[in-house]
Structures are given as C-alpha cells and as structure tokens.
Design a protein around this ligand. Structure first.
Ligand SMILES: Nc1nc2c(ncn2[C@@H]2O[C@H](COP(=O)(O)OP(=O)(O)O)[C@@H](O)[C@H]2O)c(=O)[nH]1
Ligand SMILES: [Mg+2]
Length: 151
C-alpha cells in the first residue's frame, strides 16, 4: 500500500491547506470530522488532537503513514499537544510552523512548542499566502518519498 504523509494539528491550523499543496489539488477547506485520504496525504480532524480521548485514532491512523507532520499555528499561541507527543509515533515526525505571514519573525514560541512535543529540528516555517517554505517542505518530503514503496 502507498504510504501517505499524515497531517496533525488543531482546527484552523492549516492542515487541509497544506494537504492541498502537497496533493496539488484545490479541494474546498470544509471543516470535517473525517480522516481524508488524498493523493499524498492523510488529513486528520482537528478534534483528534483537541481531545485526549481521540489520540488513539491518530496513533492508529499513523500505522499506515510514511511520516507525520505536526502543525503549530504561528498566529494562535495555544498549547494543544501534550509533552513528548511526537514520541508516540514510530514513523518520522516533522515540525511545521504555519501561517508565518501573520506573525512574521517571531517564531520562538512555536519552536519551543515543537521542542516540548519532542519534535527534532529542522522545523519548516511556512506561509501559504506567499509560499514561504513550501519548496523546502516539498523537497524534503518528496525527495524522501521517491525511495519508498509505491502501490
Ligand atoms: N494567512 C494565512 N492563512 C492561512 C495559511 N494557511 C491556511 N490559512 C487559512 O487558515 C484557515 C484554516 O485553514 P485550513 O487549511 O482549513 O485549516 P485546518 O482546519 O487545519 O484544515 C483558512 O481560512 C486558510 O485559508 C497561511 O499560511 N497564512
Ligand atoms: Mg481541515
């Protein structure tokens, strides 16, 4: 089975927008309670990380993922992840700081969050408004993916 990139983050953090970029699709950004399998991605509901009772669904879904993107919304400094949450996954975990355009040049809080969650650097700082960091993220993900199994 083809392995996909799983995307985790609270509601409105930019999960579906990043999924669209990684899938080169323009699927509408509807709020959904469902896991959405795209060409390259697994877009998960914000509720799964906002409710501790739902972490198990993230962990189960990650079993089929090539890696996990953990999103921290630069425009909304709210702690949503438990400490060391990244350690629950067996696949690689990447830290992505989203919406850099809204609060530019002050990502210290977001970096500290990712450190607490247990995600290692390098972190990807992106804005989909002006495409900052998008090429770096795609190169990193798809450079790696080429060598993995296809379906
Ligand atoms: N300013 C800005 N807005 C963004 C960015 N990425 C996503 N958004 C907006 O943030 C809102 C939530 O995005 P969405 O992808 O639906 O988040 P999700 O709930 O995590 O799937 C939408 O209105 C997007 O257009 C970004 O990089 N910069
Ligand atoms: Mg969404």
């Amino acid at each position: 089975m083809k392995k996909r990139i799983m995307i985790i983050g609270p509601g409105q953090s930019g999960k579906s927008s990043i999924s669209n970029v990684l899938n080169e699709s323009d699927r509408p950004l509807k709020k959904t309670q469902d896991v959405i399998y795209g060409k390259n991605t697994i877009d998960t509901p914000g509720a799964y990380i906002e409710n501790a009772s739902m972490y198990k669904y993230l962990i189960a879904t990650a079993q089929t993922a090539s890696c996990v993107l953990i999103l921290v919304d630069q425009s909304r400094p709210v702690e949503v992840y438990p400490p060391r949450f990244a350690k629950t996954f067996t696949c690689p975990v990447l830290g992505v700081i989203t919406k850099m355009d809204l609060v530019p040049g002050n990502e210290d809080w977001s970096r500290r969050q990712l450190q607490k969650i247990g995600v290692y650097e390098p972190y990807f700082l992106i804005s989909l408004l002006d495409n900052t960091g998008v090429k770096e993220l795609k190169d990193y993900l798809f450079g790696k993916k080429e060598s993995s199994e296809e379906d």
